[in-house]
Design a protein around this ligand. Sequence first.
Ligand SMILES: Nc1ncnc2c1ncn2[C@@H]1O[C@H](COP(=O)(O)OP(=O)(O)O)[C@@H](O)[C@H]1O
Ligand SMILES: [Mg+2]
Length: 201
Amino acid sequence: MTLENKFGLTNSADLAREEEFVSKKRAVELFENSVLDSLPAGKFSTLQAIHKYLFEDIYDFAGELRTVNIAKGNFRFAPLLYLQAALESIDKMPQASFDEIIEKYVEMNIAHPFREGNGRSTRIWLDHILKNEIGKVIDWSKVDKEDYLLAMERSPIKDVEIKVLLKCALTDETDSREIYMKGIDHSYYYEGYTTFKTEEL
Ligand SMILES: Nc1ncnc2c1ncn2[C@@H]1O[C@H](COP(=O)(O)OP(=O)(O)O)[C@@H](O)[C@H]1O
Ligand SMILES: [Mg+2]
């Protein structure tokens, strides 16, 4: 099943290609226009602005909360019923140290507020927090994609792997467009979500 999109594409490979092209173009603009400079680090409203910016040319739901329950692999992200409350408590989580910031990132990933594009938008959100709070960002070219996905799958249970992996990739080069764009590349375009009803829980 292909997500409804503004291009009217019905083939998932075509949509993946178009989505990658358009969202990368928008990510460059987000960087070049310094959009994030005026937004608060670590707030859901900022993640929402990032998601809207990246995906508004493609999806009607850009920047909007998902309206279905979703799962990836064996993991069910926050049930719709608790999503709003989860986002409010994540907003209040501390973000003074690297560990606190990653813990916040892990919780935001569990919330998975959008129907699609959570990975790309939340990694930009993470780098924005790191840059503002500790003057560093992640050089995603130093993070093996497979290790990253395994660590993220594991993170709701134990966050030590994702912390170690990302700590090793920290860099002071917070203003490099190349390093920033590497985070957008870290996606698996062809893996989709399964949706389910709350009664199935
Ligand atoms: N089984 C899982 N458990 C927890 N998090 C996962 C799992 N699978 C993927 N993720 C996270 O979700 C992201 C993918 O979310 P998605 O909404 O498809 O974003 P994008 O389309 O930008 O890649 C991955 O980058 C990873 O951070
Ligand atoms: Mg995806």
